[in-house]
Design a protein around this ligand. Structure first.
Ligand SMILES: Nc1ncnc2c1ncn2[C@@H]1O[C@H](COP(=O)(O)OP(=O)(O)O)[C@@H](O)[C@H]1O
Ligand SMILES: [Mg+2]
Length: 358
């Protein structure tokens, strides 16, 4: 439905988006994830044809809509863009949602039906007559989503739909989006810096870092098999160790890292330089060396323990640093505090390897 070829943008001679080649199918729910400043908003603005690209083309249903004024206008009518900081006007929620349709000069009866329908959909039916300026951040965002949906777009563009909202508002909005995606089959392209949101909502994810798409894939592919160090860091692989493959026995390899030897399942050959990636939740911490099936077990000492949400993030010095995540309860039971000696273990199958160029 949407295709970009070589799409790029620059501001003041500085490239902020480069060579983006992307195909988004009708009905697909695509999330662009990446850190702040990666170029996500710029990409959405280019898709929404709000600005002209410095390079490349945008196709909409096979038609090149990049530069022709008329094609751009027609394509824009089929899309709706919910910007990161939604604007509401000092008027009722109803009128705020209706304004997109009034601009399009729809009949009053149609406006009433659509506005009431979408207000119900986003859970704001009872706020119909409230002044939109008195709503909370999450409710304001839902007004903006309702306004976009009222125009019955084929493509919904969402820029950080839940940024800066409290957890309850976030889950309400995600519920609304899940419903729209599931029932209404609208093509959705959203930008988020929240990896887990991308995972929860999208069929496919593109990871954008410094203006480039580094990896495209299903949420689980991106999460479990990042192809580069930047993507690994972004998706929360906290153990990234540089090493060299030194032995191989079928698919089981030994990787020498600075301060230890790690066994992994990998296709890389002896002599190849790799990064070893281990998610912190794959690491088991015990007080004595367990009789377990884990091929990797290292004695070490706890250097740091910090609370993150409901879990404790524990840094262990095993001659090389390893980060593990344990529940508060097991941290208490095992008294996992700085200075304590522990064994850190993980399976060879929990280790991912990616090629390292330097
Ligand atoms: N209109 C603009 N003029 C100059 N620089 C801009 C403009 N819009 C965005 N940028 C810059 O482009 C980069 C990408 O921005 P943006 O697309 O907003 O990233 P993201 O949405 O991923 O945070 C940033 O470095 C930002 O400062
Ligand atoms: Mg942005």
């Amino acid at each position: 439905m949407i295709e970009t070829i070589n799409l790029g943008q620059e501001y003041g001679g500085q490239y902020v988006l480069r060579d983006v080649d992307l195909k988004i199918q009708r009905g697909e729910d695509f999330a662009l994830i990446g850190p702040t400043g990666a170029g996500k908003t710029t990409f959405l603005r280019l898709l929404d044809l709000l600005e002209l690209p410095a390079s490349g083309r945008v196709y909409f249903d096979g038609v090149d809509v990049t530069t022709s004024r008329q094609e751009r206008q027609e394509a824009r009518r089929r899309m709706a863009f919910v910007q990161q900081k939604p604007v509401v006007f000092t008027m009722s929620v109803y009128d705020n949602v209706a304004c997109g349709l009034r601009w399009r000069r729809e009949r009053d009866e149609i406006i009433r039906q659509r506005v009431e329908g979408v207000l119900k959909l986003v859970g704001l039916a009872k706020y119909r007559d409230r002044n939109a300026k008195t709503l909370s951040g999450g409710e304001t965002q839902r007004v903006a989503i309702a306004r976009a949906l009222a125009t019955q777009p084929e493509v919904l563009l969402l820029d950080e739909p839940t940024a800066n909202l409290d957890p309850v508002s976030v889950s309400k909005i995600e519920e609304v989006l899940e419903h729209i995606i599931g029932e209404h089959k609208i093509t959705v392209v959203m930008a988020t810096h929240d990896m887990s949101q991308g995972q929860r909502l999208a069929d496919r994810i593109g990871v954008l870092v410094s203006g480039k798409i580094l990896q495209l894939g299903s949420p689980s592919e991106i999460f479990t098999s990042p192809e580069s160090r930047e993507v690994a860091e972004f998706v929360g692989v906290e153990n990234i160790l540089a090493g060299v493959v030194t032995e191989r026995d079928n698919s089981l390899v030994t990787i020498e890292i600075n301060g230890g030897r790690i066994e992994a399942i990998s296709d890389y050959k002896v002599g190849e330089r790799v990064y070893v990636l281990i998610r912190p939740e794959e690491i088991t911490l015990t007080l004595s060396r367990d009789i377990s099936s884990a091929r990797n077990a290292f004695p070490g000492r706890i250097v740091r323990a910090a609370l993150v949400g409901a879990l404790i993030r524990i840094e262990v010095d095993c001659g090389f640093p390893l980060l593990g995540l344990v529940t508060k309860r097991s941290a208490e039971e095992l008294n996992l505090t700085p200075g304590r000696s522990v064994h850190a273990s993980f399976k060879a199958s929990a280790v991912r390897t990616i090629k390292r160029w330097h």
